[in-house]
Design a protein around this ligand. Structure first.
Ligand SMILES: [Zn+2]
Length: 366
């Protein structure tokens, strides 16, 4: 597939950006957004620093008013040809991205990573919740899903992820770009229209920081990349591999934390989607949809899942980071969900009821 042309940019009524990514032969035809939206400006969340864990917490109280499970005919992610009903004022679209109207992070600012020196009186350390929160609609079909996308359409979503990654990574004050999807009411999704989100965090998230720390220690010990070594061992072992293409491998990790957990790695080291070649991006779209379809064949209904794209910048701090996707589900049987209770929520110790090898075998056969 050739490189897609750039997206069409369109302003929403309150000044937010809307980007249309179109399939070959399709042209975006937006109309004026006529909704009387309040202008933005005072919607700033707050970062608060937890000194006991060294982690930032986002306090975004304004999000309480966000759209909650609207009826299908009032879906803000369906096309709105009149310009009065939807976040996407257009008769139709393929893939769109826009700034979240109820963002956890917004506005530009510095990275709040530098702690003030001890004893300066700032026991309670806070900072404006600067950063970026975007919504990505995978399709205009309200009842569709990522797993149901045809190859060219899935590839277009990948192109949109890649575009947003390059754009946000280049922005001042954004330390980490996180593309993800929450799918299913079981995990708290408030809009059923197929969509994902893209966060530009102003700090390195804790899980990324831990992985980079482990990868650095591994590199200093062995001279090799931790993620590349893990992939090589999974491929040699084989029992946890779920699917494989020329450029990508999907496997259940050795120490899987979730009842269903699959990681997808490129077969060569890259930091992020931007560093992948066209043929590799095609391959990525293919294996990603393949894994999601296996998920939906596990039980009678659609599997609720979280999909997390781990991407890194080519900087000193993040140079050992190896692009990969981590998919996880809380469904542990046809009728039971895994809840994060005492051990998981309070102590970060996961207890799994299934062996990663048996889950991999099942997913391979589906
Ligand atoms: Zn919809």
């Amino acid at each position: 597939m050739n490189t897609a042309p750039g997206p069409t940019r369109w302003p929403l009524a309150d000044g937010r950006d809307l980007l249309f990514f179109s399939l070959p032969g399709h042209t975006a035809a937006p109309v004026t957004d006529l909704r009387p939206l309040p202008q933005r400006g005072d919607q700033q969340s707050e970062l608060r620093f937890d000194r006991t864990t060294g982690q930032w917490v986002i306090i975004a109280a304004l999000r309480q008013d966000r759209t909650y499970k609207p009826p299908a005919d009032a879906c803000p992610l369906c096309p709105g040809p009149s310009g009065t009903t939807s976040e996407i004022p257009a008769p139709d679209y393929d893939v769109v991205v826009f700034e979240n109207r109820f963002p956890s992070l917004s506005g530009a600012g510095g990275t709040p990573s530098a702690l003030p020196p001890a004893g300066d009186g700032q026991d309670f350390l806070a900072a404006p919740g600067h950063g970026r929160c975007e919504v990505i609609c995978f399709s205009s079909d309200h009842t569709g899903s990522f797993a149901g996308l045809v190859p060219a359409h899935a590839r277009l979503v990948v192109e949109a992820w890649r575009h947003r990654t390059a754009d946000l990574m280049a922005r001042e004050g954004i330390a980490h770009v996180f593309c993800f999807e929450n799918r299913g009411e079981e995990i708290g999704v408030t809009l059923s229209h197929p969509h994902g989100q893209i966060y530009g965090y102003p700090f390195l998230p804790p899980r990324a920081a831990v992985m980079l720390r482990e990868a650095r220690a591994h590199a200093e010990r062995t001279g090799a990349n931790l993620f590349a070594d893990i992939l090589a061992r999974e491929m040699a072992y084989g029992d946890r591999v779920v699917a494989r293409t020329e450029s990508f491998t999907a496997f259940v990790p050795f120490a899987a934390r979730w009842p269903v957990e699959v990681h997808i790695y490129p077969n060569r080291f890259v930091h992020n989607l931007v560093e992948l070649a066209e043929a590799e991006l095609d391959d990525f779209a293919t294996i990603y949809v393949d894994v999601l379809r296996r998920f939906d064949r596990m039980y009678s209904g659609q599997l609720p899942y979280i999909s997390a794209l781990h991407q890194y910048a080519d900087t000193d701090e993040q140079r050992d980071g190896y692009f990969h996707v981590e998919l996880m589900s809380i469904r542990r049987s046809a009728t039971k969900l895994k809840f994060l209770a005492g051990s998981e929520s309070a102590m970060d110790v996961f207890i799994s009821d299934v062996t990663p090898e048996s889950v991999a075998k099942r997913l391979r056969e589906l």
